[in-house]
Design a protein around this ligand. Structure first.
Ligand SMILES: Nc1nc2c(c(=O)[nH]1)N[C@H]1C(S)=C(S)[C@@H](COP(=O)(O)OP(=O)(O)OC[C@H]3O[C@@H](n4cnc5c(=O)[nH]c(N)nc54)[C@H](O)[C@@H]3O)O[C@H]1N2
Ligand SMILES: Nc1nc2c(c(=O)[nH]1)N[C@H]1C(S)=C(S)[C@@H](COP(=O)(O)OP(=O)(O)OC[C@H]3O[C@@H](n4cnc5c(=O)[nH]c(N)nc54)[C@H](O)[C@@H]3O)O[C@H]1N2
Ligand code: SF4
Ligand SMILES: [Mo]
Length: 693
């Protein structure tokens, strides 16, 4: 009688794994345990610890439960409870005021991927388009990685990631799946167990993933393209290049061969800090193993040369012809396979193309009135923020904070928690969590569409994003659009039907849809996604297919063939260290950094440093240290760590800003200058000085 009911859902968080979930709904309507769905072939019953203990986040005592308006000074934390009606009226009035004063583009709806649900995340665009508010150019996460991958293949899709389990060599490059996408490990380890496959991991420090590898390469940040070129040098030199494949499937094989002749292991060793032996061994293994599966992550693209590095790594599979084999090829993300019709949810039919697109990463510069960042247009005077926490996660944090302190800026934040960004708001609205609303999710690291139904009620007066978007549209006299009058379920059903995936009812019955393309397409057997069917060793950088912006950053200086491009923020005499801000296992960006379980596991903000590097500065293990550069200073504890390259330090995790003694979060140090050729932030490419506090 009192047994929990098991219902299906999907993890909504910004993680390539998008796990299929089995959720216990208890007899009293509350949520019990959450487990990975065993019968989903990608999730295969495994989820991360963060989500396994989700009730901590769902029933957290600090959940926002009622609308609030600011009654103190900006950021001083004094708010007063108001009704939803009152709060929404204030937002509408302020938006109309900004519009009247400076034009509609002075309003900037700002969002990201706190939920990956296609309705609750992307519905904000419908409001934006219906009002001609400023667009957002999404740069914070995927730009370098996606464009670098598409540069070669022509398309954001690749071999079925489940094929890792039938590979003979899995190369995990610039991602830390033990922390960031646990299911990659499930399939890689399965290949090791069932067929003796080997695993290589390439990172800038000994991560938990790297510790499990047969070949673990720790290189200097931003030097991956040098490694890739040396690997290709060895492949050509030692007869491992598949010349028939190269002739048939690639654009410039002989030019590439001539070019990498000088990119020797010696050359790459001096750039990467790897030994010649490490490079030779790895290259030979790639050459000798037909079924080599390159699982290319995001981490190694968060550098000023990151797009070039991603492209260079993807080229290796085209030199060996690994693409031809089951369990072979290079995979990054499956974004392109779904072809969903998002017209209704996003209001694509009412886009105003004349409206400016403001760069998400430049929010600090934009809010502080930088003319170039504002594209010589009006200031941003009002914002609605959903699913993101820019005061913590965005680069150039000092500028971001300065911008949010402006008295002439009106900010409404719709949130589940009182984040650093919500603290700076004028109006704070309480949001539901994923088990409290309906939505649909698509896997980036796999190929399933999964429905996540509302399974329980939110706390207090928490409401879904869709409600807020629709109400503000109505109260500001937005252009009429049928999408404003549909429920989340209706949106999902419309999207599925118009995309040829049947109805929502059918999907609910099946729980998920496997959208994997056939082997020939996924492995580019019928040619790559360029008109001539050829993989590009020489991409046309300012014209990468599907790039949704004009070129930016120092794109004209990009190398034509894969190469080490020395544009990283080099260490110098005043900034002798290079910092990477890698993810923490128990946080997901700034999400979960409010839960006691995750906080306990992570301990405190620390910087990992080589004992020799530290002692040269008189820093003992556990000392409080200050990291600094021209952008600002961050105070945290030093942790002695073996296995780093000299002069490289790692600060894991986006901690709450107030977890640092001086209130400065780690992004105080990171830069927002756009990475070539389509923008993005180089979160793992920062030169700093370090001293004992
Ligand atoms: N636990 C946890 N999971 C997460 C996240 C999180 O913060 N925490 N974030 C989520 C999000 S939004 C995303 S986009 C994905 C990203 O997941 P990943 O694809 O894993 O990318 P990153 O987390 O940026 O970094 C991955 C690894 O790249 C390494 N790295 C940094 N610079 C270099 C380099 O120059 N070369 C090489 N070879 N490696 C380098 C980092 O040290 C890190 O270990 O993860 C998602 N999952
Ligand atoms: N130093 C450093 N900084 C980084 C990175 C790094 O590696 N190093 N990684 C970068 C990357 S890859 C990314 S993607 C960004 C991510 O940065 P963000 O997009 O800001 O990601 P989160 O911190 O997860 O914040 C999401 C917020 O959305 C809220 N949220 C979740 N679901 C909902 C919902 O349904 N409705 C509403 N209204 N709110 C919701 C959550 O409570 C949370 O506060 O951070 C970037 N910043
Ligand atoms: S691994 Fe990623 S998708 Fe899976 S449950 Fe954890 S955060 Fe969610
Ligand atoms: Mo991300």
């Amino acid at each position: 009688m009192n047994a929990p009911v098991i219902r299906s859902s999907a993890c909504p968080h910004d993680c390539p794994s998008t796990c299929a979930l089995d959720v216990e709904v208890l007899p009293d309507g509350r949520i019990g345990r959450i487990r990975g769905a065993k019968d989903n072939r990608y999730t295969a019953g495994v989820i991360c610890a963060k989500v396994a203990r989700y009730t901590e986040r769902l029933y957290h005592p600090d959940r926002l439960t009622h609308p609030l308006v600011r009654v103190g000074a900006k950021g001083d934390g004094r708010f007063e409870r108001v009704s939803w009606d009152k709060a929404l009226d204030i937002v509408a009035e302020k938006f109309l005021e900004a519009e009247e004063r400076f034009g509609a583009q002075a309003v900037w709806p700002y969002h990201f991927a706190g939920t990956m649900g296609l309705v609750q995340r992307d519905g904000l665009h419908r409001l934006r388009h219906a009002k001609s508010y400023s667009h957002q150019y999404d740069t914070i996460c995927t730009n370098m990685a996606w464009n670098g991958y598409i540069a070669g293949t022509g398309r954001l899709a690749g071999p079925d990631p489940r094929e890792m389990a039938v590979s003979d060599f899995v190369v995990i490059w610039g991602t830390n799946p033990v922390s960031t996408q646990v299911n990659v490990m499930t399939h890689a380890i399965s290949a090791r167990k069932t067929r003796g496959a080997k695993i290589a991991v390439i990172d800038v420090y000994p991560t938990e993933t790297l510790k499990q590898a047969d070949i673990g390469l720790v290189l200097k940040p931003g030097t991956d393209a040098a490694l890739a070129c040396a690997v290709m040098h060895v492949l050509f030199r030692d007869g491992f290049a598949d010349r028939d494949y190269l002739e048939k499937y690639t654009d410039a094989p002989r030019e590439l061969e001539a070019h990498v002749k000088t990119r020797t292991p010696e050359w790459a060793a001096s750039i990467t800090g790897l030994t010649i032996g490490e490079i030779e061994t790895f290259a030979r293994m790639v050459g000798e193993t037909k079924r080599t599966f390159f699982r290319l992550g995001y981490g190694f693209t968060r550098s000023r040369n990151g797009t070039v590095s991603m492209h260079a790594a993807s080229c290796i599979a085209s030199v060996t012809g690994a693409w031809k084999y089951e369990g072979g090829g290079a995979f990054h993300n499956n974004g392109r396979i779904y072809e969903l019709n998002k017209t209704m949810v996003e209001g694509i039919d009412i886009v105003d193309e004349t409206t400016r697109r403001l760069d998400q990463c430049l929010i600090g510069r934009i809010l502080t009135g930088d003319g170039e960042a504002l594209q010589d247009g009006p200031p941003v005077a009002a914002m609605l923020i959903q699913n993101t926490n820019p005061v913590s996660v965005a680069p150039e944090q000092a500028l971001v904070k300065e911008g949010f302190s402006r008295d002439d800026l009106f900010v409404c934040v719709h949130e589940q928690f009182m984040t650093e960004t919500a603290q700076m708001a004028d109006v704070v609205l309480p949001a539901t969590q994923f088990l409290e609303h309906d939505d649909i999710y698509k896997g980036g690291g796999h190929q399933y569409l999964i429905f996540g139904p509302k399974l329980t009620d939110g706390p207090g007066e928490a409401r879904e994003n869709l409600y807020v978007q629709n109400e503000i549209a109505q109260r500001t006299g937005a252009k009429e659009h049928p999408g404003f009058r549909m429920t989340a379920r209706e949106h999902v059903d419309w999207m599925l039907q118009k995309s040829g995936y049947g109805t929502l009812e059918e999907l609910e019955e099946k729980r998920w849809l496997d959208c994997q393309p056939d082997f020939e397409s996924a492995h580019y057997i019928n040619g790559f996604a360029y008109p001539d069917g050829k993989f590009r060793f020489k991409p046309d950088w300012p014209r990468i297919p599907a790039a949704n912006n004009g070129p930016m950053g120092p794109w004209a200086e990009m190398p034509t063939l894969p190469d080490y491009w020395p544009v990283v923020e080099e260490a110098d005499e005043t900034h002798p260290f290079r910092l990477a801000t890698s993810p923490a296992r128990s946080f997901l960006n700034s999400t979960f950094n409010e839960t006691p379980g995750s906080r306990k596991k992570e301990g405190r903000p620390e910087v990992m440093i080589l004992p020799e590097d530290a002692s040269a500065l008189g820093i003992a293990d556990g000392d409080v240290v200050v990291l600094g550069n021209k952008r600002g200073r961050v105070t945290l504890h030093a942790r002695y760590t073996e296995g780093l390259k000299q002069g490289v330090v790692i600060a894991e995790g986006i901690w709450p800003n107030d977890a640092y003694p001086d209130g400065n979060g780690i992004n105080t140090l990171t830069g927002a200058d756009p990475v070539a050729p389509y923008g993005g932030a180089a979160f793992h490419d920062t030169a700093i000085w370090i001293r004992k506090a």
